[in-house]
Design a protein around this ligand. Structure first.
Ligand code: ATP
Length: 248
């Protein structure tokens, strides 16, 4: 296997209890330093794919039934979610999931728990988050539940950054946010990718935004990865967008 590949997902199949087959052949890679977008219509299997990667399906009464997931050269299919985080594979779930009754900064600090870092390291990591998301510094004493949708999404991403990921996995970060806020968030993600050696895997229904910001994209249709290519190549193909991805 090439050293340039950080994550390799090979022909995974997954189902939920009640024999609902959600994935029946998803394959793709994320190279070191790459931003890769996972595209597909509502219900195509993007969230299931990301949950498989972080071994979060058992919590949903689902499981991967076949295939291989290799992160940084190691077969991680059966790893516990917490061990994946410590290995550098960190996910921001769909829907932001902030602790509403904690401040923005307290939320960020929860991302450093379990890593055993010194308070100095934690302070440095906080500073780094505030550099990429200056808005969070302004709002650090605000209860997350009172922050705007965009600030909550930034908080969720910032909390993930506090655990020092090498691969950041995001599920629909643009959902429900105004275009300018989405632009800010993707701008910060690109900057993190460029300057902080962070690889990114992002599922998006908003294919236009994803293709503007990713290096490569994979299209999932009915639980199968049907197409992949550079973002530039896919951007040029209007037929692909309307056929597989619906609007957006
Ligand atoms: P969305 O953009 O709506 O989240 P998606 O591409 O992420 O769509 P998934 O959420 O992965 O798609 O759904 C893939 C299939 O698995 C769908 O048929 C869906 O109904 C089913 N599914 C998803 N979550 C569960 C669950 N917890 N239990 C049972 N079936 C599920």
């Amino acid at each position: 296997m090439s050293d340039d590949i950080l994550l390799r997902v090979s022909d995974i199949r997954a189902r939920y209890s009640g024999a609902i087959t959600a994935l029946s052949g998803v394959s793709f890679t994320v190279g070191r330093g790459e931003i890769v977008a996972l595209l597909g219509a509502n219900g195509a299997g993007k969230t299931t794919t990301l949950k498989a990667v972080s071994n979060l399906l058992p919590a949903e009464r689902g499981q991967v039934t076949a295939g291989e997931i290799v992160f940084d050269g190691r077969d991680v299919l059966a790893w516990r979610p917490g061990d994946l985080v410590r290995a550098g594979l960190v996910q921001v779930l769909e829907g932001r999931h902030c602790f509403r009754n904690l401040t923005v900064e307290e939320n960020l600090l929860t991302g450093a728990l379990g890593r055993g870092s010194t308070s100095r390291e934690t302070d440095q990591d906080l500073d780094r988050v505030y550099t990429f998301f200056p808005r969070l510094k302004e709002k650090r004493r605000t209860l997350a539940g009172l922050a705007s949708g965009g600030e909550q999404q930034m908080t969720a991403i910032g909390r993930a950054l506090m655990s020092r990921p090498r691969l950041l996995v995001l599920d629909e970060p643009s959902m429900g946010l105004a275009p300018l806020v989405v632009q800010d968030i993707f701008g910060a993600l690109r900057e993190l990718n460029r300057t902080a050696d962070l690889s990114i895997l992002v599922a998006e229904q908003n294919s236009a935004v994803a293709l503007r910001n990713a290096d490569r994209a994979i299209v999932i249709e009915n639980g199968v990865s049907v197409l992949s290519g550079t973002a530039a190549a896919l951007r040029a193909r209007d037929d692909i967008r309307s056929f597989y991805l619906g609007k957006a």
